[in-house]
Write a protein that binds this ligand. Structure first.
Ligand code: NFE
Length: 515
């Protein structure tokens, strides 16, 4: 059969993403991930005062703005060599952790499980139940998720003034000094969210969930109690079994985590294999986990609509020069191709939990390798790790007198970097100042890792690799590709669009149509 190439704009991801796939009959034989919109925040930053990054970079995105603020503030902490006091770390962790809690459930219910109501699944025995739960803006779980996650992010508004796009993290700490009443309000919001997450999303107490450490434990847990089956996690497990999410979306089997949420010096919070972070930094390959070293990061632009730099530059010396003339040959994306040790790497909740050696996730990965099922499962259970730690930090704020800000010495010249784990994975900001002005600013987002184009050696990006070999039942409604792409929770920022029957792609904000 002859090969055909199709362009598939993907809606219900954050931002503008197109996939070009080559198909031989019903099988994807090649793939190109196209970041379809140029934004150029790096260039907006040049020539501005160093603190401007705290106001401008949170505007990179509406769903992970606290993450960009944290990376920007950490880059300046690093530049000015200032150590952040414990209470400031607790506020930073609480707010960034809250953003992750919000994102993990919003993505799972509103963006991933929403696909279960696609007509492609009409013959699935759980289809009717899927509609009752996940139909956009109507399904019970969909409506609850919108309301519960909106309430949750009030924590960021209380501690940081607003969500999204707040600027309360500053070099040396935070510009907030919450009253005990503020902290109590945050605790009430968090405990309400925990109750809802445990009852409706997870299906049991977080403490009980800690006993689920292997695939057999997971199967036993599901069979044990009707409340486990009735939860969104239980439904995901039941739906996945017949849909066989564990057979699609493999990816590259290399994982990167910058380390999630730095531990205050004095804290009772417990992480997994913690190394000063709640979840440790590291690079995982099939040979094991090695220490993360930021100088091993490079970016290629061989297939990007960018010019003026060489391939393989470290972001501290990277440049962003847009180049799209119509004669640019093989270039096909506004995204660069970040690589670690020269390799494409997956980042996100799955990577965080693999690097941390989370027993259940490791057991599943060892059995079947990476796939859509385990990638989405990691996102649904990550709140069980985050929630107790955030509760502890909130409790510790009022008992501690460590302060919220530390003085630092101004510098006219210097450079720094801030590396954090955003909801979608490894996020880095690299800043250089000269004469008290930003001379260079480079950002690598989690989605740049996952949805990158090919690199100079021709290696495909992670998502491109994950799609190859996928068999598609209906090429007019390639739901399998949708599941794989959405399992990475990509964010190319801000406009969601769909194709109309004429083949044009007008900007339509649409949550119910697929492609
Ligand atoms: Ni726009 Fe983000 C996260 C960052 S992008 S959502 O998480 O940084 O991958």
């Amino acid at each position: 059969m002859s090969k055909i190439t199709r362009t598939i704009p993907i809606n219900r991801v954050e931002g503008d993403l197109e996939l070009r796939v080559e198909m031989d009959g019903d099988t994807v034989t090649n793939a190109w991930s196209v970041g379809a919109m140029y934004r150029g925040f790096e260039n907006i930053m040049r020539g501005r005062g160093p603190l401007d990054g705290l106001v401008i970079t949170p505007r990179v995105c509406g769903i992970c703005s606290t993450s960009h603020l944290k990376a920007a503030a950490k880059a300046l902490d690093n530049l000015y060599c200032v150590e952040v006091p414990d209470n400031a770390l607790r506020i930073r962790n609480t707010t960034l952790g809250t953003e992750k809690l919000q994102n993990d459930v919003r993505h799972s219910i509103l963006l991933f499980m929403c696909d279960f109501v696609n007509p492609a699944h009409a013959s699935h025995p759980l289809y009717k139940e899927a509609i009752d739960r996940y139909e956009p803006l109507k399904g019970r779980a969909a409506v609850e998720t919108i309301s519960e996650t909106s309430k949750l992010v009030e924590i960021i508004s209380i501690l940081g003034g607003q969500w999204p796009h707040s600027s309360f993290m500053i070099p040396g700490g935070v510009a907030s000094n919450p009253s005990s009443g503020d902290i109590v309000q945050c605790q009430i919001l968090l405990s309400r969210y925990r109750k809802w997450y445990e009852e409706h999303v997870l299906g049991c107490d977080i403490e009980q969930w800690a006993d689920v450490n292997t695939e057999s434990d997971l199967n036993r847990w599901l069979a044990k109690d009707p409340s486990h089956q009735a939860s969104d996690l239980g439904f995901f497990l039941r739906f996945s079994e017949l849909t066989k999410f564990d057979t699609i979306g493999k990816g590259v089997d290399n994982y990167l985590s910058f380390g999630s949420l730095e531990m205050p010096k004095e804290t009772a919070a417990a992480g997994i294999n913690s190394d000063g972070m709640l979840l440790p930094a590291g690079f995982s390959t099939p040979d094991g986990v090695s220490a993360f070293e930021q100088n091993r990061i490079t970016e290629d632009i061989a297939y990007s609509w960018l010019s003026g730099g060489q391939d393989g530059l470290h972001p501290s010396v990277g440049v962003t020069i847009p180049y799209a003339t119509g004669n640019e040959g093989d270039r096909y994306s506004w995204a660069k191709a970040p690589r670690y040790d020269g390799k494409p790497v997956e980042t996100g909740p799955l990577a965080e939990l693999i690097v941390a050696k989370h027993p259940l996730i490791l057991d599943l990965i060892q059995a079947k390798g990476p796939n859509v099922f385990v990638r989405q499962l990691a996102r649904m259970i990550r709140p069980a790790v985050l929630l107790p730690a955030i509760e502890t930090w909130l409790r510790e704020i009022t008992a501690s007198n460590s302060g919220f800000i530390r003085e630092y010495e101004q510098k006219a010249d210097g450079e720094g970097y801030g590396l954090i784990e955003a909801p979608r994975g490894a996020l880095g900001h690299w800043v250089k100042i000269k004469d008290r002005k930003i001379a260079s600013y480079q950002i690598i987002t989690p989605t740049a890792w996952n949805a990158s184009p090919r690199d100079a050696k021709g290696n495909r990006g992670v998502m491109e690799e994950a799609i190859i070999g996928t068999r598609v039942k209906d090429v007019k409604n390639p739901i399998e590709i949708g599941h794989i792409v959405r399992s990475f929770d990509p964010c190319l920022v801000c406009t969601v669009h769909a194709v109309n029957p004429t083949g044009q792609s007008p900007p339509v904000t649409c949550c119910s149509s697929l492609f």
